[in-house]
Every structure is written in structure tokens, then in C-alpha cells.
Design a protein around this ligand. Structure first.
Ligand code: ADP
Length: 355
């Protein structure tokens, strides 16, 4: 394997932070992907994976059926906001199937030859995990179609009159792809996945279990109420709750006796300027813009996007689902509308007639 390929293939699950991932903030505390922490806290099996029960049951069945038939697992697509467990599930599937997982990300595969290098390095049944598949070049994506369907790659070599196509056979493999922007995937690519799973935000109970599990691994002392306080302020996202747990631990060690209780968690998160309901900077900007610039709506997502300097797709797929789930925002046929919860939260006059 060449050095260049080594640079973007990682067995350890090192992932390129997604554009959205890089920007995720919970108020002043940046919650960026921390590959070392992610790896340490990554559940190795379905049994350790908290929440998302329906999806996990489907995946377990999928694995069991493939194993019984002695087949290679079909291609799987995971979509959903950053930090919810897409990468983790790719590794759990690898573990359950007893195969290797090679990890890369869409923007890193610049040329068809890069893809060929990755695919020809796989053994039968291995998993190729492509994070941020929506950011893969279309010219590369087209080569993926025959690879996924027939396990062959027709690569053009040379140019002009010498140009010719060479067919490479690849060992049957499983592509597991992750995306925060499922709407950006082309229909031909999407249709080649045997299973597509959408990850939802976690409720506070599930996140509290994740906090308790992470605390055991990191040897941090936390009681049930302390775990719940952290969970409640983590924007429905496991990665955020793990990151906040570490910050609260620092506070507990310096300002308290090392044990995280509800009071200690509340003081620590307050000092770090973490929103009581887990809203991050972009959530707040969106809601404030909707309220004060557009009078609470209805306003089209494109106008909102221009006003906050974000892409409409990102707003729809990364930010809005949480705000809708928590009751801050509604989607109506006329556009986005702020709710009374939002008005109350940001101190705007209530408008009972507006739904
Ligand atoms: P994504 O790929 O969706 O951005 P990751 O799979 O990298 O998210 O997960 C981020 C972190 O959150 C990892 O450390 C992982 O261990 C943890 N995590 C995610 N989902 C769960 C879960 N269901 N149970 C326990 N930990 C989780």
C-alpha cells in the first residue's frame, strides 16, 4: 500500500470531521469531533449501543441473516446529524460480521484511482466505511455504482488516442456510508444500498445512560441526577454528552470533591455558558433571526438560510430536526414559524394566534 493511501485509510476509525461537525457548538463550548475520545468511548457491540432500539433490531437481523447464509452484508447507508453514532454503527457491524473496517471520507477520494486503491485492498466481506459520502466527487461516485453492484471497476487509463478501459475485479465487500445530508445523494447511489437507516436524536434518558457508561470507562464519579443534567443539555447528541462529561469532570475535580452531582453539573455547565436546553450557537441564531428579523415567520427556508449564512439543505437536515423535536420551530406549507416556546425563550411578545 502506498503512503498516500495509508494517509487516508484508517483502521482505527479516525474520521475527518464533517463540515457540519466542525461547526457544532453548544454555546461557548465547542464540541468538535475528538477522534481519541470517540474511539475510547465507542461501543464495540450492539449490546453496548444505547438507544435507537428499532434500528438496532433491524441491523441485528440483517447481520444474522447474512451470517446464516454465509453472505457478504449488503450495503448500508446511515444518515442523520453529526455525533449520533453513524461511525460507531459501521464498526459495530464490522465486529458483528467478524470483518475488517477500512475508514475514509467522501472528499478524500479525489480520483477514481483513489477509489480503486481502496477497493482492491479489501478482502472478501470487508467493510469500506465512507463518511460524508455526499461530498464525494460525482466523477468518482459513478465508479462506485459498478463496484457496489457487480464488484468490478472499469478504470480509464491514459488519455486521447491511447485511452483504454481496464476492468478490475474486486472481492465482494460491504459499503457502509454515512451522511448528514441524505437529500444531496443522487438517486442511482441511494438505490444501491440494501438498507438505509436514519438516526434520530436521543432522549435525555438514553443520553444519561451514555453519560453513565462513559463515566465508568473514564473512571469519573457521577450520580444519576448529575448524569441526567449533562444529558438534558447535550442537544440529543451522544458526542456532545461525552464531551460535556469531561468538562464537568474538570470542574468537579477543582471546585468540588470530584463527584458529579446535579448541583455540580449545573454549576459547571452554567460556568461554561452551556444553554440550559442544549441549544447551540447556530440554533440560537436561527431562532433569533426567525423571531426578530422575520417577525416569527412564516418564512421560506432559503431566506432564513441566506440571513444566517448557511445552506438551506444543512438547515433542513442538521439544525431543524432538533428544533422541531424540541418544539421551537414548526414547518408549515407557508414556511418556518416560531412557536410560543421560542418567543418565551427569547423574550419576544407571545403571539397566541400564530401557530
Ligand atoms: P457520527 O459518526 O454520527 O458523527 P459517532 O459514531 O462518531 O457519530 O459517535 C460519536 C461519539 O458518540 C462516539 O464516541 C460514540 O462512542 C458515542 N456514541 C454515539 N452513539 C452512541 C450510542 N448509541 N451509545 C453510546 N455511545 C454512543
Amino acid at each position: 500500500m502506498s503512503e498516500k493511501k495509508e494517509a487516508f485509510i484508517s483502521d482505527a476509525g479516525g474520521e475527518a470531521p464533517s463540515a457540519a461537525g466542525r461547526k457544532r457548538l453548544v454555546t461557548a463550548a465547542a464540541v468538535q469531533p475528538d477522534p481519541e475520545l470517540d474511539l475510547k468511548l465507542r461501543p464495540p457491540s450492539f449490546a453496548d449501543f444505547v438507544g435507537q432500539r428499532k434500528m438496532v433490531e433491524r441491523l441485528e437481523l440483517f447481520v444474522e441473516a447474512a451470517r446464516r447464509r454465509g453472505e457478504v452484508l449488503e450495503h448500508v447507508l446511515f444518515s442523520g446529524p453529526p455525533g449520533l453514532g453513524k461511525t460507531t454503527l459501521a464498526y459495530i457491524l464490522g465486529h458483528a460480521m467478524g470483518v475488517q473496517v477500512k475508514s475514509t471520507s467522501g472528499p478524500v477520494i479525489e480520483r477514481p484511482a483513489d477509489l480503486a486503491g481502496l477497493l482492491t485492498g479489501l478482502e472478501r466481506g470487508d467493510i469500506l466505511f465512507i463518511d460524508e459520502i455526499h461530498r464525494m466527487q460525482r466523477s468518482v461516485e459513478e465508479y462506485l455504482y459498478s463496484a457496489m453492484e457487480d464488484f468490478v471497476l472499469d478504470i480509464m487509463i491514459d488519455q486521447g488516442p491511447n485511452a483504454r478501459s481496464v476492468r478490475l475485479n474486486i472481492k465482494p465487500f460491504t459499503l457502509i456510508a454515512a451522511t448528514t445530508r441524505s437529500g444531496m445523494l443522487s438517486a442511482p447511489l441511494r438505490s444501491r444500498f440494501g438498507l438505509a437507516c436514519r438516526l434520530d436524536y436521543y432522549d435525555a434518558e438514553a443520553l444519561a445512560r451514555i453519560v453513565e457508561r462513559s463515566a465508568r470507562i473514564l473512571d469519573i464519579s457521577v450520580d444519576a441526577e448529575g448524569a441526567f443534567e449533562i444529558a438534558r443539555r447535550s442537544r440529543g447528541t451522544p458526542r456532545i454528552c461525552n464531551s460535556l462529561l469531561r468538562r464537568v469532570r474538570d470542574y468537579a475535580q477543582v471546585k468540588a470533591d470530584g463527584r458529579i452531582t446535579r448541583v455540580v453539573a449545573d454549576q459547571a455547565l452554567g460556568m461554561l455558558d452551556i444553554d440550559p436546553n442544549g441549544l447551540d450557537e447556530m440554533d440560537k441564531r436561527l431562532l433569533e433571526t426567525l423571531l426578530f428579523r422575520f417577525g416569527g415567520g412564516p418564512v421560506g427556508v432559503s431566506s432564513l438560510a441566506v440571513a444566517v449564512g448557511e445552506e438551506p439543505d444543512t438547515i433542513e437536515e442538521v439544525y431543524e430536526p432538533f428544533l422541531i423535536q424540541e418544539g421551537y420551530l414548526q414547518r408549515t406549507p407557508q414556511g418556518r414559524v416560531a412557536t410560543d416556546i421560542t418567543r418565551k425563550r427569547f423574550g419576544a411578545a407571545p403571539e397566541a394566534t400564530r401557530k
